[in-house]
Structures are given as C-alpha cells and as structure tokens.
Design a binder for this molecule. Structure first.
Ligand code: HEC
Length: 103
C-alpha cells in the first residue's frame, strides 16, 4: 500500500514536471517557425525589412502579434506576418512574446 502511494506520487511529480517543462518550452518550439525570417536569436531584420524583434518587450511583442492576427498592425509586408499570426492562439502569442523578449 505504502509502495503504491510512493509510485503514485512519483508519477504525479513526473507528470507535473513534464507539464512545466512543456509549457516553458512552448515559446521556443513555436519560435522555430519564425527563426527562418527573424534569425535564431531574433536579431535578423526579417527579409531586410523593419527592425529586428530582438529587444522588443513582451508587451510590444504581444501587441504586434495580436495586431497581425487582427489585421490592424504592421507595415508594408504585414501580409506575411498576418499569415504567420492567424495560426497562433492567444496562448501561443503569450508563450512567443515571453520567449522572444528574453532572447
Ligand atoms: C516569411 C518570413 C517571416 C516569418 C516566418 C515570420 N515573420 Fe515576423 N515579420 C516578417 C516581416 C517581413 C515583418 C515586417 C512586416 C511588416 O511590414 O509589418 C515581420 C514582423 C514581425 C514583428 C513586428 C516587428 C515590429 O517592428 O513591430 C513581430 C513581433 C514578428 N514579426 C514576430 C514573428 C513571430 C513570432 C513569428 C513566428 C510565429 C514570425 N514573426 C514569423 C517576416 C516573417
């Protein structure tokens, strides 16, 4: 009986551990789709346009991504980002903004 509960609590802590790692890794995994244009560390000007996203605050990144998703943000090449952002959920956007702001 004691053994069972030990095994159970071990399983539970492993599951919780994985869940935590999973959500922390989300932004990183999502960013893989962005790195081609923005660079692995966000320092590249995407297609030579605008400013690098590295150094943007979490709040600015959230505004930008929500804006592209809502199609009311951006510059000349915003259609490109609108296509990227329309697939992102609110959760994805917050994970990405958190991750990119720390690059
Ligand atoms: C196909 C190339 C491409 C991909 C892939 C891409 N971007 Fe962009 N991104 C651009 C371009 C080009 C711009 C400038 C668009 C404009 O004119 O508004 C931009 C702009 C941005 C901006 C706004 C910067 C500013 O100055 O306000 C953010 C934030 C951003 N991208 C984040 C992302 C994220 C996050 C992803 C991945 C989900 C991503 N991008 C994927 C090309 C790309």
């Amino acid at each position: 009986m004691k053994r069972t509960s030990m095994v159970l609590s071990l399983c539970l802590s492993l599951t919780l551990g994985f869940a935590a790692v999973g959500s922390a890794a989300d932004g990183k995994a999502l960013y893989e789709k962005c790195a081609g244009c923005h660079g692995a560390d966000g320092a590249k000007k995407a297609l030579g346009i605008g400013k690098p996203i590295k150094g943007m605050s979490e709040a600015d990144l959230t505004t930008a991504l929500n804006g592209y998703k809502a199609k009311n943000y951006g510059g000349e090449k915003k259609a490109m980002m609108e296509r990227q952002a329309e697939k992102l959920s609110a959760e994805d956007i917050s994970a990405l903004a958190g991750f990119i702001s720390k690059l």
